[in-house]
Design a protein around this ligand. Structure first.
Ligand code: HEC
Length: 199
């Protein structure tokens, strides 16, 4: 039986290889590539295609940063620890929630630094899963006691290239927020924009 099937399988495999190696006719060769390259060059602010290459995460000099608070290897390591540090979770709604949440509860690296579920759960969440999908409300908490955000958790990745933050863009004193100083009211989080932190 195996002897009879083997030649058929082999010819099928060969056919699949031939088919998959054929050029995609709809792509019409390099024309699309050229169009894409031209569009990228036009958007590169005169810097060429290299403008779109991300530096390595260890190449700190090439990452946008606040000149008043320059990056260093030690700060990066400290940030990574603080970001995952459940020891900072000292003010939960219920004693059982103590030390059970961190930034990574809602911005999980394996979920592209998003929550991995529709709404991230900080305090009052339980578990994790492989990509954040296994974080669920702790049964000891009422739904209204959960630290749930009413909006999807955005990725916290590569924020250095993002002069304005949050879905409504309210954070950051430059770029789209330049000229909106009148709304940076004292006593609100937007007041922080006056600190003139730059990327
Ligand atoms: C309970 C879930 C939750 C926790 C915990 C949490 N975040 Fe967020 N984060 C969110 C949500 C939701 C938003 C979007 C809010 C908005 O746009 O109104 C957000 C926005 C952000 C943004 C802006 C991203 C962008 O593209 O604009 C950054 C950066 C960020 N968080 C970092 C952190 C850090 C650092 C911590 C820990 C100190 C943290 N978050 C803890 C849910 C969470």
């Amino acid at each position: 039986m195996i002897k009879q099937i083997t030649p058929i399988l082999l010819s099928l495999l060969t056919l699949m290889m031939v088919v998959s190696c054929q050029k995609d006719e709809n792509n019409s060769g390099s024309n699309l590539d050229k169009q894409l390259q031209d569009a990228l060059l036009a958007a590169s602010q005169g810097q060429g295609l290299e403008f779109f290459t991300m530096p390595a995460s260890t190449d700190l000099d090439r990452i946008p940063q606040d000149p008043k608070n320059p990056l260093s290897e030690a700060k990066v390591i400290l940030g990574r620890h603080l970001y995952h540090e459940t020891g900072l979770a000292i003010d939960p709604k219920k004693p059982e929630g103590k030390f059970t949440y961190s930034c990574a509860s809602c911005h999980h690296s394996r979920a592209g630094f998003q929550a991995g579920r529709k709404q991230g759960i900080g305090d009052g969440g339980n578990g994790f899963g492989l990509t954040g999908e296994g974080r669920n409300p702790n049964s000891l908490y009422l739904i209204e006691e959960l630290d749930l955000q009413p909006i999807r958790t955005p990725s916290a990745m590569n924020g250095a290239w993002q002069p304005n933050q949050l879905w409504n863009g309210q954070f950051g004193g430059t770029f789209l927020n330049a000229g909106t100083e009148a709304s940076w009211t004292e006593g609100t989080p937007k007041f922080t924009n006056h600190r003139d932190l730059k990327v």
